[in-house]
Design a protein around this ligand. Structure first.
Ligand code: SAM
Length: 232
């Protein structure tokens, strides 16, 4: 979106080819259609589709429908999994209010290369679908040790531990109001990594029930509890 011209009481916004194509050929909108816009800084605005053509569209900005509110941060640190499932993790984490997605490289991470650009497109589409007015940040993959090395000691994070040593997640969320979650790779954390995490003063080991969940299932299971208990 860019401001095409400011007519004082009316701001005409221009759309780039990709978004114009989406409105024209995917949503098949016609001039006069109403849209809700967000850019992650200025809240949600209502606009009317003024005109569109092949690769372009212009919108008339009308009024702000929702102010930009400060969201409580919620960070998901997860070991990347295979392509379609990592997109699924990004999409579900966005729907459940995550504000930062941090892929972590562990010894058993099966996916070395993470297409961060594609994940950023996925989270934008998920934010639009879930009517968020903010976009989660998708960070570049980083080694587990580096991420934890920089993690503040006074910011509790949940560490989903399938070994059974963790406390029930609901108890820990209610007690700590932790705003970060670590989910391991499909092959699980190696014992040395497990120790690195467990030694961190901010680590809170949690269990997600008696069965071994797939990494993507564990992400949703944990975030669902966190979201339900914190109401965010
Ligand atoms: N060690 C597992 C195994 O034996 O198959 C593999 C790891 S599991 C597929 C992927 C991740 O999901 C784990 O590292 C953990 O973070 C999380 N997870 C799965 N089941 C869990 C549970 N019941 N409680 C807590 N975390 C769980």
């Amino acid at each position: 979106l860019y401001v095409k011209e400011d007519l004082g009481d009316e701001t005409v916004l221009g759309l780039g080819p990709q978004q114009a194509h989406f409105l024209r050929s995917v949503l098949r909108l016609k001039p006069g259609a109403r849209l809700a816009l967000f850019n992650g800084r200025d809240g949600e605005w209502l606009a009317r589709l003024d005109a569109l053509g092949k690769g372009w569209a212009s919108l008339l900005l009308e009024e702000q429908s929702r102010p930009q509110t400060e969201e409580p941060g919620l960070t998901l640190l997860f070991a990347p999994v295979k392509r379609q499932r990592i997109d699924w993790i990004a999409e579900k984490a966005t729907e459940m209010g995550c504000t930062r997605l941090q892929p972590i490289l562990t010894r058993r991470t099966i996916v070395e290369r993470v297409n961060v650009q594609r994940l950023r497109t996925t989270v934008r589409e998920a934010a639009e679908q879930s009517e968020r007015i903010s976009l989660p940040e998708v960070a570049e993959p980083a080694k587990l040790e580096h991420v934890l090395g920089d993690w503040p000691e006074d910011e509790p994070f949940l560490f989903a531990d399938e070994s059974g040593s963790g406390r029930p997640i609901d108890e820990v969320v209610n007690e700590t109001r932790a705003r970060a979650l670590v989910i391991g790779p499909e092959g699980g954390f190696e014992s040395q990594e497990q120790e690195t995490i467990a030694r961190h003063p901010a680590a809170c080991a949690v269990g997600l029930g008696p069965r071994i969940l797939r990494a993507d299932t564990a992400v949703v299971a944990a975030l669902a509890v966190m979201q339900a208990l914190t109401g965010d």
